[in-house]
Design a protein. Structure first.
Ligand code: SAM
Length: 409
């Protein structure tokens, strides 16, 4: 197979799989031939509800891979009791799916919010206790809303908690929304709940939706929207939101249900999450890798959750992101990217047994990965090209991604 996804190759993939039965992840085993896989799931084969099942939708995250894709390669290349590493673990898709299958996992990420999200998704949890803690925090906001519509000074609200960037918060939230978010935050900080991380995820998800922005630009809004606007998502005039309570309530209920669903599937397999630059962190012994690395100059992984960093006072380590969007896609940026990714893989591959699998999912339109394979000296078992042609929301553009299947020599 060619290494990068050429247009001819893309046409071949679309034609070859037009009538073929899509792979059902749960049916894959180590004996399933790679050639029999059809990973070109269409919306009707793998609806959004399944792609975002249980904790995979605790909080939006731009740039994750779908759990069914990870499940296919976990089932094909790993056994329960083995350990898979994801050096760019993001929102934790590899870790959640590995745990479901009884496979130990170790995930690394440089972005503090992603680490918080992964820990919230994968921690052991008693859903009844979580529900009670969530109810307490929601009730604290309800009580404040009832007390004569008090709108305290922002600085008063902030004195007893971690430092936050109040300029950012004043800029992006209507006063009522901000008061509700800060009351929820204070309730979490004061009560010291057992499930603080999950509560923080609810807070951040509500904070994302409650920003003064349009319904169609929640990913990277540039300026607050304070006036009514024509909404492309709803085909009518909409107004920026003034409150956060409806989001807190909605996401609180949704989160409790999702966490409970995953807890019923959770196994005793270990999940280890490390907040570190994977180019420098200590690496333990592993059996293989499944990952989707940051791509060159594409997504800013800190910026997409800016509200969380400001609200929770999380440490910003964007300068350590590999392939940071701010560094662009020049030839120099691409070369540096290849070296940086190869360096990370090299460090992890050293901790694997010979023959161990390295599965890398990347939309490699610049054809950078064959050189990365050369730099680390792995053997290429196969490269699969996958047509991603889902049609949901505004992100309905079809594209190709490659799955590189390498083996340690
Ligand atoms: C494509 S995303 C991974 C998404 C993940 N597969 C998922 O399903 O959620 C790449 C991740 O690499 C992380 N990253 C970038 N540079 C890093 C570095 N130097 N060390 C560790 N993680 C890094 C980013 O923060 C981002 O979360």
């Amino acid at each position: 197979m060619p290494s990068g996804a050429s247009t001819r190759e893309e046409t071949r993939v679309i034609e070859a799989y037009a009538d073929a039965k899509p792979t059902i992840a749960a049916e894959v085993s180590p004996e399933t031939p790679l050639e029999s896989l059809n990973l070109n799931w269409r919306e009707r084969d793998l609806p959004e509800k399944q792609r975002t099942k249980h904790v995979h939708r605790l909080h939006p995250y731009l740039g994750k891979f779908i759990p069914q894709l990870v499940e296919v390669f976990l089932r094909k290349y790993f056994q329960p009791g083995q350990t898979v590493a994801d050096p760019f673990a993001g929102s934790g898709t590899t870790l959640v799916q590995a745990n479901e299958l009884g496979i130990h996992s170790i995930g690394y990420d440089i972005s503090a919010f992603n680490v918080l999200l992964m820990r919230a998704k994968t921690e052991r949890c008693d859903p009844a206790k979580l529900e009670s803690e969530v109810r307490d925090a929601i009730n604290a906001v309800r009580r404040t809303n009832c007390t004569a519509a008090r709108i305290p000074e922002l600085d008063d609200e902030m004195t007893d908690d971690e430092p936050v960037d109040s300029d950012y918060l004043r800029h992006w939230y209507a006063p009522e929304a901000l008061r509700e978010l800060l009351t929820f935050r204070s309730a979490i900080m004061r009560a010291n709940p057992r499930y603080e991380l999950i509560l923080k995820v609810i807070l951040c998800r509500a904070a994302r939706s409650a920003r003064l922005t349009t319904h169609f630009d929640l990913d990277f809004p540039k300026q607050p929207t304070t006036e009514p606007y024509y909404c492309y998502k709803h085909s009518r005039t909409c107004e920026p939101t003034r409150d956060a309570m409806k989001f807190l309530e909605r996401y609180a209920a949704d989160t409790v249900a999702r966490v409970a669903e995953f807890q019923a599937l959770r196994t005793d397999a270990d999940v280890t999450i490390i907040h570190a630059d994977s180019a420098k962190a200590r690496v333990a012994k592993i059996d293989g890798i499944i990952t989707s690395p940051p791509y060159v100059g594409l997504i800013d992984y800190h910026e997409q959750h800016a509200y969380a960093y400001h609200l929770l006072g999380l440490k910003d380590r964007r300068s350590e992101e590999i392939g940071a969007a701010a560094n662009g896609q020049s030839e120099r940026a691409k070369r540096k990217y290849q070296e940086a990714i190869a360096n990370v893989f090299d460090r992890f591959v050293k901790k694997m047994p010979s023959g161990g699998p390295i599965i890398v999912v990347a939309g490699d339109k610049h054809n950078l990965y064959p050189r990365i394979a050369e730099l680390i000296g792995v053997e290429t078992e196969a490269v699969l090209h996958r047509h991603v042609n889902r049609r949901t929301g505004r992100r309905n553009n079809a594209f190709f991604e490659s799955v590189f299947i390498w083996r340690k020599r």
